[in-house]
Design a protein around this ligand. Structure first.
Ligand SMILES: Cc1ncc(COP(=O)(O)O)c(C=O)c1O
Length: 398
């Protein structure tokens, strides 16, 4: 099956809609995507409306734009709108589900080496609080989660399979669907951190088979900062009690009782960044309009080109793992601290970021790495930018 790709004109249109591309080369989309003009306009318009009418009144006027958030995110990840919650970031979205699971002493969590730092810290806290155990599944020879080992690790005490789809510190795309098949066969709850994959590659929660999926607005989806989302499937809603409740997530029935609202909105809070919700809906619909297959294809191809060009540079070492790789490219320059490389690139008008061992305790140090430079491309980036980037880096290694 051929994967559809973006035409030159499509890329040009993406650039027209991207603030900042004239000024710099933004290869830090895994940090924050460069602002999308239609999203920026929607956010500013709503802030203006709030200033003119008052915040509550503006939210009433914007009701259909707010509702569009649920349909947009549901369309993006292949679920139903009532299975989506608006949360302020991916971490809190993930937390709202994780801390809602009634872990008992001796329960086990199965995870992989690419798990996100905050998720792993939460596992450790749950271990301290409730006496759960953490099983780390090794990587296979390609560097992705070892599916055979995963099967062998899941046992009667396994309560949760938690996987980070695309780690923050590597080009790896974990085989989320295959993990889903295994979780399904063992009837285990499956929580997918899709923070880096949402907006980067096509996602379908039903096909993946995850019950819970968390994501952020500001990265590959190019929504506003301070926005995120949580998907909780209807099938597991009764297994997860929101760790916090408020007047949005629950109805106060009488002096002795409350009822949780139906669907995933029980994981929301009432007070929120309303303009952000509208903006993320706009950004998500924009990505859907362009086509996630095409966006994913472009990102993976461009990153592949960057890897190929970097591998030809003497003194540059690539560090991406995985049989399937996405838009994140990690490398180091011989004899140079990654922070210094980042700084020098910044001076040249090129944004990258650095991933450190402190965010990857069960991965980077095991590979003898303290930190790596992370260059993360998006569909609006160009081959010419890749060329300029590599050329600039080449001057550092001479
Ligand atoms: C894989 C992964 N999960 C979760 C997060 C946390 O996202 P947020 O900062 O929106 O809470 C990140 C952020 O870098 C991430 O890369």
């Amino acid at each position: 099956m051929t994967v559809p790709s973006l035409s030159k004109q499509d890329v040009e249109n993406l650039r027209q809609d991207t603030a900042g591309v004239e000024e710099l080369i933004h290869f830090n989309n895994a940090g924050t995507g460069l602002a999308l003009k239609p999203c920026l306009t929607a956010v500013k318009d709503h802030l203006d409306l709030e200033a003119r009418l008052g915040g509550y009144e503006a939210a009433n006027v914007a009701k259909s734009d707010l509702d569009a958030f649920y349909t947009a995110l549901a369309a993006l990840i292949g679920c139903r709108p009532h299975e989506i919650a608006y949360v302020e970031n991916a971490t809190r979205a993930w937390d709202m589900a994780f801390y809602g699971i009634d872990f008992r002493e001796g329960d086990r969590i199965v995870t992989g080496r690419s798990e996100y730092v905050s998720n792993f810290v939460a596992f450790l806290q749950m271990k301290k609080r409730r006496g759960i155990e953490i099983d780390i599944v090794e990587d296979d020879q390609d560097g992705q989660i070892d599916l055979k080992a995963l099967k062998a690790t899941i046992g009667p005490k396994t309560r949760l399979v938690a996987l980070t789809h695309i780690p923050t510190f590597s080009g790896l795309i974990n085989p989320a669907e295959e993990v889903g098949e295994i979780a399904r066969a063992h009837k285990v709850l499956y929580l997918l951190d899709a923070c880096q994959s949402a907006g980067q590659i096509p996602l379908n929660a039903r096909e993946i088979g995850c019950h819970i999926l968390s994501g952020t607005g500001r990265k590959y989806l190019r929504g506003p900062r301070g926005t995120g989302f949580l998907h909780v499937s209807d099938n597991v809603l009764d297994q997860i009690e929101p760790p916090f409740t408020d007047l949005q997530s629950a109805v106060w029935v009488d002096e002795t009782s409350y009822e949780l609202v139906p669907g995933a909105r029980r994981f929301e809070t009432w007070e929120r960044y309303v303009a952000g919700q509208i903006g993320l809906a706009v950004a998500t619909n924009y990505a859907i309009g362009v086509g996630m297959e095409k966006i994913g294809e472009r990102i993976c191809t461009l990153a592949g080109e960057l890897r190929t060009a970097l591998s030809a540079l003497p003194g540059v070492a690539l560090h991406d793992k995985g049989a399937r790789k996405g838009g994140i490219v990690t490398f180091t320059v011989e004899g140079e601290d990654p922070q210094q490389t980042k700084h020098r690139l910044e001076q040249a008008g090129m944004n990258v970021s650095v991933s450190s061992a402190s965010s990857a305790r069960i991965d980077l140090p095991l590979r003898g790495l303290d930190s790596v430079v992370r260059a993360s491309v998006h569909a609006f980036n160009t081959e010419a930018e890749v060329e300029r980037f590599v050329k600039t880096l080449g001057t550092f290694t001479r």
